[in-house]
Design a protein. Structure first.
Lengths: 122, 397
């Protein structure tokens, strides 16, 4: 069984258990996060340290909303190392983070608030 | 979060460039019974909303780091009366948020408090309903030094012809004795008098109002060094001295940031060093500009720590990342129990505040070993390495 990377219930709690608001926030997350991840991958590829740090900061904010603690930890390590050494870490670490972020997006997309009539079993 | 409402008919402005975070804030406000909410994601929209809002806002909730700008800039360009109470909402470290709140308070804004992300509705409600606020402390003034020797035109000519050169003194990690960074020290390569030490001209440069230009020249050279050493095993961190006068000038700090941006150097590789007297000489504006530098990622070091007027209270509020222990506490400290107690206290304090410590005036192996045993992280001094021009430094590295 794959370990869960997120706790989207946190987003539901932040929405005060309002399913309509949760769905709206979730839709926004699923619209914005893939764009941010794509931008991040481009800045990683370009070796653009400063833009990468700014994007990592922004993505961290979004990850906090869905309780993606492990990914936040990895992301902070990369940010901290980048600040310390002045350049981005090696590609495998960056690729691993990208992959985790995509996994996070996937998990959030599959999460449904309990009272959603379209998915009563979740 | 309970949905009990705040005061009715409040009008709130939300400044947040992240759409998801903004949505969450706006909806939280709606849940608190505040429906009159305006949103802005950038400086232009913010200023437009403030201008067109005839009666202004009861409160403004503001993220600190916005795309291409920071909130301090936007707010300082806005009418205090129109913005109402300010609530800072940010994912930046708490010391940066606290310093930002101090900056805004000193500018006359009614700052209600700071909230970390993700937004907690109950805490927001508590801030929106509170009425009291703490007044930040005033920093006293210190006198300006003056000197007479070189003329203004001589110094201006030296600035424009590149006679002020940076020499770099390495800082070493005491535990490993590996290079951890360098401090850029200004020298005047005078066509007649040869290489002049800063004590002979810096106070004059300040008195003539040219210190910003000198800092710019030093920063340009520091950025060039960082760029030239990019392929070395360890990317270099360079410290540059910042004068009191530069901290009284918004434009000067903007130009420094622009130099770093144009050089495509990560701000995290640069540390601005301030003496305690520099900080004492300025108050609200110095704090604001230091905070802006921290927001961008620059380090802030407090130089000559222990010799000036820096109180524990100031250390609590200033967004400092590093303490440089003055040489008077370092050189030969191993032979004095009183000096040892002082060092232990200062290093312990720095650790608790999560500040990096650098010992200046390491003049013997005994000094280096002693400071390392006391827990000081880095050292600088003639025993470890003397200041040197950039070409020599690159060979030394």
């Amino acid at each position: 069984m794959t370990k869960r990377l997120t706790k989207p219930e946190m987003l539901l709690a932040l929405a005060d258990n309002d399913n309509v608001l949760f769905d709206e926030l979730k839709r926004l997350f699923l619209r914005l996060m893939p764009e941010q991840v794509k931008s991040l991958e481009l800045t990683f590829a370009a070796g653009d340290t400063q833009t990468s740090l700014a994007l990592l900061h922004k993505i961290k904010g979004s990850l906090q909303l869905v309780g993606a603690e492990c990914t936040i930890y990895d992301l902070e390590q990369i940010s901290s190392d980048t600040r310390c050494i002045g350049e981005l870490p090696a590609k495998p670490r960056l690729n691993k983070l990208s992959s985790q972020l995509r996994h996070v997006i996937n998990e959030v997309s599959q999460f449904e608030s309990r009272s959603n009539p379209e998915n009563p079993t979740s | 979060m309970t949905t009990a409402s705040c005061e009715p008919k409040q009008k709130v402005l939300v400044i947040e460039d992240d759409l998801l975070q903004r949505k969450l804030v706006v909806n939280t406000l709606h849940r608190l019974g505040i429906d009159d909410v305006l949103e802005a994601g950038d400086s232009e929209t913010t200023l437009g909303l403030i201008e067109t809002s005839a009666n202004g806002f009861d409160a403004t909730i503001c993220d600190l780091r916005l795309h291409m700008s920071d909130a301090l800039d936007i707010l300082s360009r806005s009418s205090k009366e129109k913005l109402g109470s300010i609530i800072i909402l940010s994912g930046l470290p708490s010391d940066v948020m606290t310093a930002s709140a101090q900056v805004l308070s000193r500018q006359g804004f009614d700052v209600r408090g700071c909230l970390p992300k993700p937004l907690n509705g109950l805490r927001l409600k508590s801030l929106l309903t509170q009425t009291n606020r703490e007044t930040p402390p005033k920093i006293p003034q210190a006198p300006v030094r003056k000197n007479q020797a070189f003329t203004e035109s001589e110094i201006m000519a030296a600035l424009t012809t590149g006679q002020f050169v940076a020499h770099y003194q390495p800082k070493l990690t005491l535990q490993t004795r590996c290079l951890s960074g360098v401090e850029a020290l200004c020298r005047w390569q005078h066509p007649e008098h040869g290489l002049l030490a800063p004590g002979l001209f810096v106070s004059l440069v300040e008195a003539y109002g040219l210190i910003d230009l000198l800092t710019e020249r030093m920063l340009e050279q520091a950025c060039q060094l960082i760029t030239e050493t990019r392929d070395y095993t360890h990317p270099l961190k360079v410290s540059v001295n910042l004068s009191a006068d530069s901290l009284e000038n918004h434009g000067a700090i903007q130009r420094l940031m622009a130099i770093v941006r144009e050089a495509a150097v990560a701000p995290e590789q640069l540390i601005f060093e301030l003496t305690e007297s520099t900080l004492v000489k300025n108050d609200a504006q110095a704090l604001e500009l230091l905070t802006k530098l921290r927001i961008q990622g620059f380090g802030i070091s407090l130089d000559d720590f222990g010799t000036g007027y820096t109180s524990l209270r100031q250390l609590r509020t200033l967004p400092v990342t590093e303490l440089k222990l003055d040489r008077s506490f370092v050189t030969g400290a191993y032979a004095s129990s009183r000096a040892t107690h002082i060092l232990d206290s200062v290093i312990g304090l720095a650790k608790h505040l999560h500040l990096n410590t650098v010992a200046e005036g390491i003049e013997s192996d005994a000094d280096a070993e002693f400071l390392e045993q006391r827990g000081c992280q880095e050292g600088q001094g003639y025993f470890l390495a003397r200041p040197m021009p950039s070409d020599k430094l690159k060979r030394w590295m």
